[in-house]
Structures are given as structure tokens and as C-alpha cells.
Ligand binder design. Sequence first.
Ligand code: NDP
Length: 263
Amino acid sequence: MKLFAIFGDPVEHSRSPLMHNHVFRQLGFDGCYTRIHLQDGEKLKETFFNLNLSGANVTVPHKEAAFKACDEVRGFAKKIGVVNTLINENGRLIGYNTDADGFLYAIKPFTGIKTILLLGAGGTAKALANKFIDEGFTTTVLNRSVNRLEYFKALGLTCHSWEDMPVDSYDLIVNTTSAGLKDDHLPAPEALLKPLLQSCRFGADAIYGKVTPFLQLCSNLEITAKDGSDMLLGQGVLANSYFTNGEFDLESIEEPMKTSFNF
Ligand code: NDP
């Protein structure tokens, strides 16, 4: 049996074991997927091989550490320096990123998107910003601290911290910060966020499985918004396809994975 895991801190909330185990069972794939609470990102590679994993997902806050740990990084992950999916290929650690395509899958129902305000400047924001550029969306980044904005400025994006953010209108505002994951914080002060949301059409949170303060504010303002469940589904389907070495088509993986969300 092949063993898979998700690494994160925190990781107890992760739905990935449920999703992947259900797909493995339904497709008759001999695999088992567990969760590993990892505090020190430096220990990722050694833990992966000590446990003899065939593959893994990586969540907060280790995605950039995962990129550094890889023997080889492929595709979009190479461009962005952020890895969320790991594969053991004959004892070599191979890295991929499936988050950004997962997010595009999630916002398919939001039609007519041209301008996006991205809240946060961590690993997820890097992935999405690059994908948004590829997709032709006009993207602005707003982050609590200025340091991490350098990366986005280098991509040619308009960037602001809380101190210098003007009230502009956007089609979509996306929360990629971890505010609301373990606490009750908004991703930006309410006095700043509220007028921005009031002039936007859609909201999306990367956090899933709970009504975050960001989603609550969207709901109070009657803005159509979704949590990160569909993003999770989209990235999970692609990751599972790597885990099962392309043995099954994406639709065959998507169906049982979607069902696992009802458990
Ligand atoms: P990182 O740790 O790389 O980045 C965190 C970002 O959040 C930073 O920009 C940080 O700002 C900001 N931040 C943290 N706390 C606060 C706060 N209280 N107020 C405002 N900003 C804050 O995290 P990731 O990018 O890896 O993940 C971000 C979120 O996305 C997580 O909640 C994760 O669960 C979720 N996610 C969901 C996925 C899905 O499939 N649904 C997939 C990927 C991620 P600063 O620079 O100032 O510290």
C-alpha cells in the first residue's frame, strides 16, 4: 500500500485525508492518506523519506520550505517558488503546485471578472498572482506588512499596505491571508475593507469549512462569496492525479472527491 500525507501547522482542520482516502477507495487504488503536524519546515524532506511516503500535500506555513526541499520542481511551481504537492519519484522529491488551477476552477461561476484585489502576500497569493497575470486579470495586492510586497512589485502589480490603500472598485476580492483561520480577525481593518467590499461584485476566501470574518462581512453586505471548498476540490483533484500517476482521468477523481465533502 502506498502512503500519502498532508504536512502543516495547524493541520487538524485539513479535509485532505478524507478527500484522498475516499477517492482511493472508490477507484480501487491501494493507498492511504494521513495528516502530519510539522512545526519545523526544515524537517519536511527528512520526515517525508523517513515515513517512506509516496506523495504529500503541503499547507500553511510550509509551501515555500517545500519548494526549497525538492530535488526537482516542475511546471507552474517552478515559476512561483511555491510547492503544495510532493511526489516520491524513485527516491527523488518532485514538487508541483495545484493551488492556482484549483482556484480558477472555483471562480468559474463568477462571470465577467476583469479586476481582482488580492488580500495577502504569502505562498497562496504568489501562486494566484502569477496565474491571474497569465489569465489577463488586472490584479492589485494588499498586505498587512510591506516587506512581502516586493515580490509582487517585481511582477509589475500595483501593491499597497494597509497604510496607503485607496478605495477603488474591483470585480473580485480574494482573501488569501490566514486571518480567520485560527482567529477572528479580518484580513484588513474593517474601516478599510468595508468600502472596498461595498464596491465589488464577488468575494472568495481561500479558507474553507468555516464562516470567516471576511465571509461574514461579505454576507452582511450581500456580496456573492464562496469559501475555499471548491479551491480545495480543484487542487485536490489535480494532486490526486499526480499521486495516482495519471492512472485515472480528472472527472473520475472529481466525482468521489466531491462526494467526500458531504461526510
Ligand atoms: P502564508 O503563511 O504563506 O501567508 C499568510 C499571509 O497572511 C501573509 O500575507 C500575512 O501577512 C497574512 N496574514 C496572516 N495573519 C494576518 C492577519 N491577522 N491579518 C492580516 N493578514 C494576515 O499562508 P498561505 O498563503 O500558504 O495560506 C493562506 C491561507 O490560504 C491559509 O488560511 C490556507 O489555509 C489557505 N489556503 C487554502 C487553500 C484551499 O485549497 N482552499 C489552498 C491554499 C491555501 P504578513 O505578510 O503581514 O505577515
